[in-house]
Design a protein around this ligand. Structure first.
Ligand SMILES: Nc1ncnc2c1ncn2[C@@H]1O[C@H](COP(=O)(O)OP(=O)(O)OP(=O)(O)O)[C@@H](O)[C@H]1O
Length: 436
């Protein structure tokens, strides 16, 4: 069973009823150009060797499945580089997916002819982050808004002009702005022009990629309010991509959380914020500032580097940073013993322990409050002996092989654990185990 899919026999993480868009096993891998040129340079330095282009791949989006309900705003959230934009482009068929299927109103987009796809494009529009660069500075705002209608042969010249004037009002601008150029507007107004352009062809579905991130915080809310009003008035469905959780909370109905090319959790927005299930979602929410200074917050700051999407971890991709990594079965440790062990493993892996400490000081710093015995004690002794010999590499390898890699989080794809409430999914072994 591939990662980020539903275990055989279970339902796909669908939106329940009325799915406008169904995404199934969507995957996009890019060739890793660095590895390509590395291979070339090695071969050129040894011309007698046959050229072997051992290309690796950036696994930007890997086997992702979800649905979007008609009329909802689905947020797609995650750190920079986790694959949000690639997923959006693959959903829209702007880049060719490596694998997987996207069905819009039940129709597989990849199977459509060019002309059928062109017609579909009218139903699906995109609004980008940077309102400046997505508007042609030499065109008047009216022409910019009319251009998609013209391309799709919509209305007469007069009809287009009339519709443009109406749309300018709908997005909070004035009909007389028709003859102005983009540079005459503020950032927020330019994003309103983008909205009018997207709406001009009467789409059903709009993908918004960080639409307010480039705007001043003081005007973000008013643009978001306009987007929400437009969604209600025109019966639109949005896929709303952002790294900003406060924006997600403000505008979305459901949220999909993405980490390193996978979706790790999908839930109704209120449920996600009130009761996050995935350890990654919990860490993201933990990082949010709490407005009440009286409220003391136990913050778990997410530690460790995001692994490379060219070489993602086995099993759960979040496991190398996960504060809730599951102890290997045969380690037989109590909760407090596992907590001590895990923080020792992480400190050695990341070389974050105090290098000035002696080995016995290290031992009491990490294991002073617990008594390990059996297998776990032997592993720790071996790692400490390696540290005593100044061989941190070997200590890390011992802990990796005998502890980390033995965890179910490293050996098995979590898939989505299906929760009781419809539409709530979480790709975590802890959640799946609770389901059993
Ligand atoms: N054309 C490409 N060729 C190679 N790698 C790519 C390409 N496009 C994206 N990537 C890589 O794919 C991964 C996902 O990138 P993507 O832009 O989709 O992430 P993102 O979550 O949208 O990030 P951001 O919020 O910074 O825009 C990154 O590691 C990125 O470097």
């Amino acid at each position: 069973m591939s990662r980020n899919s539903i275990a055989d026999g279970d339902a796909r993480p669908d939106a329940g009823t009325d799915a406008l868009l169904e995404v199934d096993g969507l995957t996009k891998h890019f060739p890793n150009d660095e590895s390509f040129f590395d291979a070339l340079s090695v071969d050129l330095s040894n011309p007698t060797r046959p050229v072997e282009l051992d290309r690796t791949w950036v696994r930007a989006v890997d086997d992702v499945s979800f649905d979007i309900r008609e009329g909802e705003i689905l947020g797609l959230v995650g750190e920079s580089g986790c694959g949000k934009s690639t997923l959006a482009q693959a959903v829209l068929n702007l880049i060719q997916p490596t694998a997987g299927e996207v069905r819009f109103k039940g129709e597989d987009l990849s199977s459509l002819s060019r002309s059928a796809l062109r017609n579909r494009r009218q139903d699906v529009q995109m609004v980008f982050q940077d309102p400046q660069s997505s508007l042609n500075p030499r065109m008047k705002v009216g022409q910019i808004i009319e251009a998609p209608m013209k391309a799709h042969d919509m209305l007469t010249k007069e009809g287009r002009k009339e519709r443009t004037a109406e749309l300018l009002e709908k997005v909070g601008l004035e009909p007389h702005h028709y003859n102005r150029y983009p540079h005459e507007f503020s950032g927020g107004q330019r994003q309103r022009v983008n909205l009018a352009r997207a709406l001009s062809v009467d789409p059903d579905f709009i993908v918004c990629d960080e639409p307010v991130s480039a705007l001043d915080v003081s005007i973000q809310a008013s643009v978001l309010n306009t987007m929400k009003e437009l969604q209600e008035e025109f019966g639109l469905t949005y896929l709303f991509i952002t790294h900003d959780l406060s924006v997600v909370r403000y505008i979305t109905d459901r949220v999909a959380v993405m980490y390193l090319g996978n979706i790790v959790e999908i839930a109704e927005t209120t449920d996600l914020f009130e009761d996050p299930q995935h350890p990654y979602t919990k860490s993201l929410l933990n990082a949010l500032p709490i407005p009440d200074p009286e409220h003391s917050q136990d913050r778990t700051i997410l530690e460790g580097e995001v692994p490379s999407p060219s070489d993602p971890p086995s099993g759960c991709r979040f496991r190398t940073r996960c504060p809730e990594l599951i102890a290997p079965d045969d380690l037989d440790v109590a909760e407090d013993e596992w907590a001590a062990l895990l923080s020792f493993v992480r400190a050695v892996e990341r070389r974050t322990f105090d290098p000035l400490m002696t080995v016995s000081e290290l031992e009491s710093a990490y294991f002073g409050d617990v008594t390990l015995d059996g297998r776990s004690a032997r592993i720790v002794d071996d790692a400490l002996s390696a540290l005593k010999a100044d061989d941190v590499e070997r200590a890390a390898a011992i802990l990796d092989e005998r502890i980390t890699m033995e965890s179910v989080c490293a050996t098995e794809d979590p898939g989505y654990g299906v929760e009781s409430e419809a539409g709530r999914y979480c790709a975590c072994h802890r959640v799946t185990a609770d389901e059993r």
